[in-house]
Design a protein around this ligand. Structure first.
Ligand code: ATP
Length: 354
């Protein structure tokens, strides 16, 4: 949980300080006030590119000196900071307790999950978005997941480059890269499968409530012998991959398949509202599991979620998330959050009040 967040030259925030409590954090303000920007800043306290997947240079305040900073104090007094300096605006800097660290190390300290309006299309979008979502869920259980993903991607990029060269590639170098892909690919696949099965079990046990119960499975490549099968597939598939200009086998091709259990229907065929309810159901069940396993509930960022729920579901969401750690929510109207009562930390961008 964050006890203090300081944004410096981050998008439209020249210098914004937020000192929230341990529960709900409600950010209200007019359109364009900078509410989502605050959530984006929090999302940068996890590995990856944040909830907009924006380039670092885009996040530095336009009329500022260049570069930006996002600094957070955690409840246990850990200090985390990330940002970029004006002389290297595209190089991400991460500091944990004042010492330089890799972005992947952030997963050891915090789990941050988000739902944004852009994710309304998660079930109909290409599989890459669902993989990213699944990887965020997985990071909470397995902080090394980010390291495996980075190493796998780096080895795959190097292999693709080698196969794309005009000169014949060095077979030993290719084998070494494929061995790395097999090792990290197997770790990625195992961690994802563990997340999917644990979460699917938890969802199946839940009573049917305001949030639809989702059935989850991991589609595509993978399985218990994946390290061996991937290594063999990559070795045999060099000509195929060279012709395609990319690697056609591996965990970067898996997909998270989601069904609406009560309707026995793929999520992609459900209504927009039903899809949102499915996503919320997954995120809330995941938050419970993470809290139970690690003792630290994830930080949830729910961007404009309250406005899109009917009053019954909104009240149910508030009730379900009460006491389950820090839940950041945004909206243009104070009234949306009346049901939260007096304990919520509320802030209109620029003015804090309780
Ligand atoms: N690098 C930047 N420098 C300065 N301002 C920026 C930068 N990037 C984005 N902005 C501004 O931030 C504002 C958008 O902020 P944000 O998306 O957080 O709004 P919001 O409060 O969530 O609004 P809405 O209710 O419409 O979703 C826009 O006015 C945009 O011009």
């Amino acid at each position: 949980m964050l006890s203090r967040l300081v944004l410096t030259d981050f998008r439209n925030h020249a210098d914004t300080v937020i000192a929230p409590g341990t529960g709900f954090v409600v950010l209200t303000g007019e359109n364009g006030a900078g509410k989502t920007n605050v959530l984006e800043a929090v999302s940068l306290l996890a590995p990856g590119r944040g909830l907009r997947r924006a380039a670092l240079g885009e996040m530095a305040r336009q009329d500022g000196p260049g570069g930006f900073g996002v600094a957070a104090s955690l409840n246990d007094a850990t200090e985390i900071a990330t940002g970029a300096v004006p002389t290297a605006p595209e190089r991400r800097i991460v500091r944990i307790q004042g010492a330089a660290a890799a972005a992947t190390a952030l997963a050891e300290w915090l789990t941050v999950l988000w739902l944004t309006p852009a994710m309304d299309r998660l079930f109909t979008e290409p599989a890459s978005e669902r993989r990213r979502f699944l990887d965020r869920l997985t990071l909470a259980f397995s902080p090394a997941h980010a390291v495996h993903s980075n190493r796998y991607d780096a080895a795959m990029r190097a292999r693709n480059r080698l196969l794309g060269d005009d000169s014949p590639p060095d077979p030993d170098w290719l084998s070494a890269l494929e061995a790395q892909m097999a090792e990290h690919g197997a770790a990625i696949d195992t961690a994802r499968r563990e997340t999917v099965s644990t979460l699917a079990e938890a969802l199946a046990d839940q009573p049917e409530g305001p949030f639809a119960r989702a059935g989850l499975s991991l589609d595509g490549w993978g399985g218990p012998t994946m390290a061996d099968t991937l290594a063999a597939d990559l070795a045999q598939g060099r000509r195929r991959d060279a012709a395609a200009g990319r690697t056609l086998a591996g965990p970067h091709r898996s997909d998270l398949a989601v069904t609406h259990l009560a309707k026995a229907q793929p999520a992609a065929l459900c209504s927009t509202g039903e899809q949102k309810a499915l996503l919320l159901g997954i995120v809330v069940a995941h938050a419970d599991l993470v809290a139970a396993r690690t003792g630290h509930p994830p930080i949830l960022l729910l961007d404009e979620v309250a406005a899109h729920l009917d009053p019954v579901r909104r009240a149910a969401l508030f009730e379900r998330l009460a006491g389950r750690g820090q839940v950041w929510m945004t909206g243009t109207e104070h009234a949306l959050f009346d049901g939260l009562g007096g304990d919520a930390f509320r802030m209109t961008i620029g003015t804090a009040f309780r």
